[in-house]
Design a protein around this ligand. Structure first.
Ligand code: PEP
Length: 261
């Protein structure tokens, strides 16, 4: 078992993480970064993070440095280095000032058949390099309709717990992302999200209360300016992971401000 370097950070109360997915170009990004800086640098209790495609990490670093807005990647290789064509390591992310990395996003898990074990190894690798992992968990619509969503999410967490212990969740971020809600315009209801967030925190708390306290649990899946407040006021929802609306500076600002009402 790899020993985690316990990173005790002065972690913000709330998080809003933009997932730009495979969108953008140098010119569009510059405009979006500038709009983010202008509208979001002064948030009091919320850490804003932008997860960009790998080629734009240098641009994020040069434009966001000193703004209070952090940046990160959308994936990472599980190995330190070596003959892994197309992969990007944790050390490489550190070279570009990345403080966060999204891991296990369902779009990757589905398209590239990523296993829970792989994701767990990446999670540990990120922690070992001082990068905060943003672990995505969530169920399909069929699993929700069958009522097995907690079992599914529980198993995703169990893989990490069995490999590295619950302590590894100290100062990390989990994003509950029901797969049926991502990019569909159909967000989970506050009650559905509340129940799952309570389940996740409770599960970690039963194993390591400190980890459960410091853990941030975000909701992701069709968050927009209309539903953000109702979701973010729910107990155990510590902010959001935002896809589509993060590409629109005005909508993203409204969502970020919804964490501070
Ligand atoms: C996501 O990709 O993580 C996501 C939540 O996307 P969207 O906000 O577009 O549903």
């Amino acid at each position: 078992m790899t020993q985690t370097k316990t990173q005790v950070k002065n972690i913000a109360k709330k998080f809003v993480i933009a997932n730009w997915k495979m969108h953008g170009n140098l010119k569009q990004n510059q405009a979006l970064f500038e709009a983010y800086i202008q509208t979001l640098s002064g948030l009091k209790d919320t850490q804003v993070v932008v997860c960009v495609p790998y080629p734009y990490l240098a641009q994020a670093q040069s434009l966001l440095q000193g703004s209070g807005i952090a940046w990160g990647a959308q994936n990472m290789g599980k190995n330190e280095d070596g003959p892994f064509t197309g992969e990007v390591s944790a050390t490489m992310l550190c070279d570009f000032g990345c403080e966060y990395v999204i891991l296990g996003h369902s779009e990757r898990a589905t398209a590239y058949c990523e296993s829970d074990e792989n994701i767990a190894q990446k999670f540990m690798m990120a922690k070992d390099h001082g990068i905060t992992p943003v672990l995505c968990v969530g169920e399909t619509l069929i699993e929700r309709e069958a009522g097995v969503m907690e079992m599914v999410v529980g198993k995703q967490l169990d893989t990490i717990i069995e490999m590295y212990g619950a302590e590894v969740f100290i100062d990390t971020v989990i994003s509950y992302e029901p797969i049926w809600a991502i990019g569909t315009g159909l967000a989970a209801t506050p009650d559905q999200a509340k129940a799952m967030h309570k389940f996740i925190r409770g599960k970690i708390a039963s194993l390591n209360p400190d980890a459960a306290k410091s853990l941030k649990i975000l909701y992701g899946g069709s968050v927009n300016p209309q539903n953000a407040v109702q979701l973010f006021v729910v107990q155990d929802i510590d902010g959001g992971l935002i896809g589509r609306c993060s590409l629109n500076a005005q909508e993203f600002e409204m969502i970020c401000r919804a964490t501070e009402v």
